[in-house]
Design a protein around this ligand. Sequence first.
Ligand code: A3P
Length: 343
Amino acid sequence: SEQNGGSNFPYEKDELKPEIRAELAKYYASEPDFVTVGPKKYIFLRPYLEDIENVYNMSLRPSDVFVVTYQRSGTTWTQELVWLLANDFDYETAAKIPITERYPFLELFMFFNKKWQQDLLERSEDKQKALDLIEKIAKPVSERLRLAQSRRFIKSHLPMCLLPPKILDTAKVVYVARDPRDVAVSCYHHSKLFKVLDFPSPFKDFWNLFIRNLFTETPFFEHVKEAWELRDHPNMLFLFYEELIKDLPAAVRRVADFLGKEVTPEQMDRLCDHLSFENFKKNDSVNHEELREYGVLSNEEKFMRKGKAGGWRDYFDEEMTQQAEKWIEDNLKDTDLRFPTVK
Ligand code: A3P
């Protein structure tokens, strides 16, 4: 198959304006090296450009299942749900193999650039262990996916337009969306958790960058709307995080129907218990705690943070609340997309 990037990639890659780069440098300690892609100007860290065309042109298999979200929208939760349904409730394997290994994550490597890799090697006593980590998280995955046996489970925060253009003709996609105010708060904490992002500024600064589409893989609304447009395709399942929060068994049934699986009442009880936030926090196969020993994570934060809908209210002052309402309203004008938590 054609994997030699460049053969078929329709989007321009652009630089941010120097004044924007300078502005970002004020807020981030890490001075992220952002580039934009395509007319909607999706934002990436530069290393992603190495694999962007390979991913766009990757060959697909009918058994492939993608879990796609804007980040911090309930990806991990949905991944575990999908995986257990697709693998006949194999809790043993789910506990043994971390979710990060069960699902290659298409853009993960962009966060761990050459400088980060060098720093890790320098500060690690066990060089082989550091090299293994680099292999796992800091390398493009398209080649690994090409060689992987079926069934492939794939995680991505890419907008649909940067996945293979005919993805739904072949593969299944589960897309999850979440109230953008909760997403912003969760992303803010995520930028503190992952030291590579290193965002020491207050939430209000983060929020202002987020709604100006200056955080990785924004613009948020374009991302969600692209998937929403495809929601009626039989190979696309569009879920809301709030739907899982409100009625997890109902969400499980939607995913099971989508995957063509039956679920008995006993299986449902066990699955919902396994997927509860309390159990997820303790579940080392999904909570990303394995990264902690490498010094990648901040001691102040956890991947499984609050697990609630509506927590944004504790972070927004009156001005931000109104700003958010207007931002959401403006962006929903041209679509019938409605978030369950937005009136
Ligand atoms: P919060 O930061 O608001 O707590 P992702 O997996 O896409 O990065 O999303 C992470 C968000 O999903 C976090 O949100 C996390 O707590 C929440 N989450 C993960 N597992 C969950 C579960 N079992 N129940 C509820 N929320 C969960």
